[in-house]
Structures are given as C-alpha cells and as structure tokens.
Design a protein around this ligand. Structure first.
Ligand code: SAM
Length: 266
C-alpha cells in the first residue's frame, strides 16, 4: 500500500500498528494535552497516570516508524514534556528542548505562557538544514517591529531554543471554526524546512485540520496524517485542496521556495 499524501481517519495507535517500520523522515506530534478541550470524538480528560500510559503507546509506534536518520518533534505542555523526555531518552537522541513562547493573558496567577517542543533524532546523523536569515519568519517585517526583537539578528532567533516570533492562530477569520487548537502555519514551516528535504515524508498522528500536511505540501514534501475526528479530516482535505491550487500558482509564477510567504495562504 502507498502511504504517501494520505490522511487516515482513525485512532493513531491502531492505525500506526498497521504501518511498516522505518519509512518516516520527519514526525511531528501535537497531541491533546489532557486539558478537557472539546475535540468532538476524543475525550481530553484522563488521570495523569493513564494519560502518560497512552502517550507512551503512541510514542513507541512513532519511534518504530522513523527512518534511521529520522527526526521527531513533540509539542506539549512543559509538565508533560518532563515525563515524555524520560521515556524518549531511552530510545532516541535528544537534540533540543525548545520553548515556544506562545503568549497568554494574565489571570491573577502565573500563567503557562510557553509550550515545550522536544526535538529528537533516531541517530546522531540526521537532516538539519541551516536556514537562511532572509527567510521571513515573523508576521510583521516593519523595521519598527524588527528593532523591538530581543535577538541581535534574525539568524540568532532562528537558532535559539526560544521561539518567540511565531504567533498562535487567534484571529477568528483565520482559525477554523470547529477546531480549538489549530497551529500557525509558520510554526510548522520552521520545523519542516529545518528537519526535512524536498520529497521526504512528513508524518503527523494528530493531524487536526491539517496544518502539518498543508505546510508539507506547500514545501514539496510528502505527508501522511492520522486524525480521529472525521469532521477535522474533511476540513483538512478542503485546506489541502486550497494549498494545492496555491502551490500551482507559485509554480506558474516560478517563485523559489525561500520566497514562500505562508501568510498569504489561508
Ligand atoms: C492538539 S490537536 C492537533 C491540532 C493540529 N496540530 C492542527 O494544527 O490542526 C490534537 C488532535 O488530535 C486528535 N486526536 C485525539 N486523539 C486521537 C487519536 N487517538 N488518534 C488520532 N487523532 C486523535 C484530536 O481530534 C485533535 O484534532
């Protein structure tokens, strides 16, 4: 069976168990965080012990699917990341623990303002692309905003383990009505460009409304996604069709990959 450029509707553990070993170049996982979010099908409320047990089941499968030079990025809350790292350290090489400063509103207590992004590789030889500083990561390139950044240069910002210039999808017009935790496209863009090459297969077992697959497609990678909620699968398919026509327009205009501005899309 061909697993390229597919979205599978189903439970990721069951589905991954049917997949062959070592065919994924880059895996990205953005699971539910046990925060009682409304995902329709999956119930996001469990005891911490059962949540961690469930996590280890799907992490074990992802590790099996990764190619020998493959990479895994896992986005989660800092409190879960500590547990996941203890588990993953037994099987993979930890490269970085990145803090994504996604901002939050003060509510009278210390608010969790950052997410942890664990970056692991299956061996010590792995794909790592040094991105060009001219790449447009930020949503605002006015000189006033650039001047306000804490980094001495954009290049430093790209390779620091604090990612602070990638904003959560907040705007109603940009967030898909049915999904509570859709990720911003530039966040996935940074991961996919850094840790995969054109033609590689990018895998996401918690696809949501398709952010990973969309960016993979726009950057000429192959994708495979699994999502348990059929409504999100439909939404992801719709978004992918739009990405396809966006990509074709770029090809028609003969624009290089580096000039992609994902803010023009969606
Ligand atoms: C945090 S969201 C991912 C959002 C995604 N990154 C995006 O940008 O759209 C987690 C997703 O995992 C899905 N999910 C929960 N349990 C699942 C399972 N066992 N197998 C596959 N998908 C699952 C939920 O329906 C939800 O869409």
């Amino acid at each position: 069976m061909n697993y390229e450029n597919k979205i599978i509707n189903g439970d990721c553990i069951e589905q991954m168990r049917t997949l062959p070993s070592e065919f994924v170049d880059l895996a990205f996982a953005d699971p539910p965080y046990n925060l009682e979010k409304d995902y329709g099908v999956y119930i996001d409320s469990n005891t911490p012990k059962n949540y961690l047990k469930w996590t280890e089941q799907w992490l074990k499968e992802i590790i099996r699917l990764l190619k020998p030079r493959g990479s895994l990025y896992l986005l989660t809350l800092p409190k879960w990341a500590l547990h996941h790292a203890v588990f993953l350290d037994k099987f993979l090489f930890r490269q970085n623990t990145i803090a994504w400063d996604a901002l939050s509103t003060p509510r009278g207590k210390i608010m969790p303002a950052h997410y942890s992004l664990l970056f692991y590789t299956k061996s010590l030889e792995y794909t790592f692309n040094q991105l060009k500083s001219k790449h447009n990561w930020t949503h605002c390139s006015r000189s006033k905003c650039i001047g306000q950044r804490n980094f001495s240069s954009l290049q430093d910002a790209l390779y620091s383990d604090i990612w602070s210039n990638l904003y959560r999808v907040k705007h109603r017009g940009k967030r898909h009505a049915h999904h509570p935790t859709q990720l911003p496209l530039p966040f996935m863009e940074r991961i996919i460009l850094t840790s995969s090459n054109r033609g590689n297969l990018v895998f996401d077992p918690f696809l949501g409304v398709g952010t990973t697959a969309i960016v993979a497609k726009l950057l000429e990678r192959k994708y495979l996604g699994i999502e348990i909620n059929p409504e999100y699968v439909q939404e992801a398919q719709k978004n992918l069709a739009q990405a396809f026509s966006f990509r074709s327009r770029l090809e028609f205009q003969n624009k290089p990959q580096e000039s992609l501005n994902l803010n023009n899309f969606l």
